[in-house]
Ligand binder design. Structure first.
Ligand code: AMP
Length: 285
């Protein structure tokens, strides 16, 4: 496994692999790798012959009051995990390599889809995500890139950007990996103390409550959101950021579930901002 911060070296290695007829799989990450990331790598290994993982804590997707400085960066451990997983190349650029030293002037933005959910509370976040993904895609030129359903809005925004800009790659979505008590695995879970960690199960419990009510026949969104809010409020936490049931394509809020819906929530718990979601499909019931 090669590890490089060099754009030209990454390009040369990918080009050489492609010349050998290999399909290139790409897993963009911010490091602090966990079983969620490893599931993406596994999917990339299964579908492609040459797997590139990027490790880059992208400064442009963090707001000024967010955790850019404290975001965990266990680089050696991440590289060891990648090696164990059979990754071919780790691309770990510096912020200067990706953005230069002056303030960036070139951005890629996806409108409207980014106004909702996480985009509403984190202005500029998705602009950072779409810009860095465009840069990474242009450097790696993968056939397939692998993203987690855990970040539902992110993957929708990326899929839309790739389609609208005719980027020549396929986006593959991998299911959310959870702890045994349902908490979605996240690099930010390590910010939680023991009490907050046990309270954090309220996210998945709220989503399950919604799923159960829908299975029992509920379709109106307002009572579903009230039921989820009640579950979240029972855990003492720093505040609910959003609880939404949205159209799966536009992310516009729904009044009633007709076929497929994205149920998504964001909660502040101590120093951590946690998100989770499930997809609900009532089209055949
Ligand atoms: P991050 O390092 O947090 O930017 O995440 C890198 C990729 O891993 C993104 O596509 C995430 O959606 C995905 N990911 C993070 N946590 C999970 C999880 N628990 N299950 C599946 N994918 C995940």
């Amino acid at each position: 496994m090669q590890i490089t911060e060099s754009i030209s070296r990454t390009r040369a290695m990918v080009r050489a692999a492609r010349e050998q007829g290999k399909h290139i799989g790409f897993v963009p990450t911010m490091g602090a790798l966990h079983v969620g990331h490893l599931s993406l790598i596994e999917a990339a290994k299964a579908a492609c012959d040459f797997v590139v993982v990027s490790i880059f804590v992208n400064p442009t997707q963090f707001g000024p009051a967010e955790d850019l400085a404290s975001y965990p960066r266990p680089f050696e451990q991440d590289c060891a995990l990648c090696k164990e997983q059979g990754v071919d190349l780790v691309f770990a650029p510096t912020p200067e390599k990706m953005y230069g030293t002056a303030d960036p002037v070139t951005w890629v933005t996806v409108e409207r889809l980014t106004d909702h959910l996480c985009g509403a509370a984190r202005p500029g976040h998705f602009r950072g995500v779409t810009t860095v993904c465009t840069k990474l895609f242009n450097i790696v030129l993968p056939d397939m890139a692998f993203f987690g359903q855990k970040d539902a809005q992110q993957v929708l925004v990326i899929q839309r950007m790739v389609a609208d800009l005719y980027m020549p790659l396929t986006i593959h979505i991998c299911p959310t990996i959870r702890e045994s008590d349902g908490l979605a695995v996240s690099s930010r879970n390590q910010y939680l103390n023991a009490e907050q960690r046990s309270q954090a199960t309220c996210l998945y419990r709220a989503l399950q409550t919604c799923q159960t009510l829908v299975t029992e026949g509920s379709r109106d969104v307002e009572p579903l959101i009230a039921a989820m809010t009640k579950v979240l409020n029972e855990a003492a936490h720093g505040g609910i950021e959003y609880v939404n049931i949205s159209d799966v394509q536009t992310l516009e809020p729904l009044a009633r579930i007709k076929d497929r819906a994205l149920v998504a929530l964001a909660v502040h718990l101590g120093p951590a901002r946690l998100i989770d979601n499930i997809l609900i499909d009532v089209s055949e019931s």
